[in-house]
Design a protein around this ligand. Structure first.
Ligand code: PBG
Length: 326
């Protein structure tokens, strides 16, 4: 054959690495850590093999394990000792995340990001204050504007405890502006906000809701998280967060939403984060347990693909395993 172009020429070892367009590094990864105020012992998370909820006294040790793999950043989620209608333990100075943050930033070099939301802290499990309606009222929803102050208070309490970045995940309209203003007023103008800017109402969060005990007691999150059918709407959501001062823009979930990651990369000049969520982790593990997939290989390929689509950083339950294999 007289072929002018033979793309295979550049696929051999030796040159392959030289022309590779994307690379993965431990410094791109953020490991989620669950701190549980209701237990004295580590509790395995059944639907997320290899992950545990750790008691406060183990928070530092858990983060040290992460650091040993080369991963330098963690995002903290808390399971509080008690819940109420208004999620008081989310913004309590001695709350589980505040206490864990104080210890971790005091004793390790990890970069500590905190998830700012109310769903793990409210008795009804919604990401904000619920309107005064009967629980079976089909119109019942989260009161957007009432929730803003509580999110702002939560973010400030995390910063006071030493959090280096806050990540609001409740999809409350105006949350970035409210948090930015509150942080600035409290003297934290140097703390960046990573907004869960395009967060979809996804069934892939199932294992996380077991892990963090944050499933809604009634209804679902359709009235505040985005409809998986919508692509252009993500552009509008992200633009609002940029206007309000978001420093990093997150798309969540990651793998089923790579078109959105790619759009945000192209349309906005801000760092892009992608959250490779609990269900994405659980399904690869389940298939690997059956012997149907090579876990290391598919985990690495997943993260590489998320970067190729345009993510600068990835929050992933695979962080430690992949960092170790790099
Ligand atoms: C809190 C929050 C959720 C996740 C991250 N922050 C749950 C949700 O929105 O239901 C999901 C993460 C995952 O599935 O790994 N709002």
């Amino acid at each position: 054959m007289d072929l002018t172009h033979r793309p295979r020429r550049l696929r051999r070892d030796g040159v392959r690495g030289l022309v590779s367009e994307t690379s993965l590094s431990a410094s791109d990864l953020v490991a989620p850590v669950f701190v549980d105020a209701t237990t004295d012992e580590r509790q395995p998370i059944e639907s997320m093999p290899g992950h545990e909820r750790v008691p406060l006294d183990d928070a530092v040790a858990r983060v040290e394990e992460v650091l040993e793999t080369g991963v330098e950043a963690v995002i903290l989620f808390g399971i509080p000792e008690s819940k109420d209608e208004v999620g008081s333990r989310a913004y309590a100075d001695d709350g589980v995340v505040q206490e864990a943050t104080r210890r971790i930033t005091g004793e390790t070099d990890a970069y500590v990001i905190t998830d700012v939301c109310l769903c793990e802290y409210t008795s009804h499990g919604h990401c904000g204050v619920v309107e005064d309606h009967a629980a079976d009222d089909p119109d019942l929803t989260v009161d957007n504007d009432e929730t803003l102050d509580l999110l702002a208070e939560t973010a400030v309490s995390h910063a006071e405890a030493g959090a280096e970045m806050v990540a609001p995940s409740s999809m409350t309209d105006g949350m970035v502006a409210a948090i930015r203003e509150a942080l600035d007023d409290a003297g934290f103008s140097d703390i960046p906000i990573m907004s869960y800017a395009a967060k979809y109402e996804s069934a892939f969060y199932g294992p996380f809701r077991d892990a963090a005990d944050g499933a809604p007691a009634f209804g679902d999150r359709r009235h505040y998280q985005m409809d998986p059918a919508n692509r252009r709407e993500a552009g509008r959501e992200v633009a609002l967060d940029v206007e309000q001062g978001a420093d990093v823009l997150m798309v969540k979930p990651a793998l089923p939403y790579l078109d959105i990651v790619s759009d945000v990369r192209r349309e906005f000049d801000r760092p892009v984060a992608a959250y490779n969520v609990s269900g994405e982790y659980a399904m690869l593990h389940a298939a690997a347990e059956q012997g149907w997939l090579d876990l290391d290989a598919v985990a690495r390929e997943s993260l590489l693909s998320i970067k190729r689509a345009g993510a600068d950083l990835i929050i992933t339950y695979f962080a430690e395993d992949v960092a170790e294999s790099l």
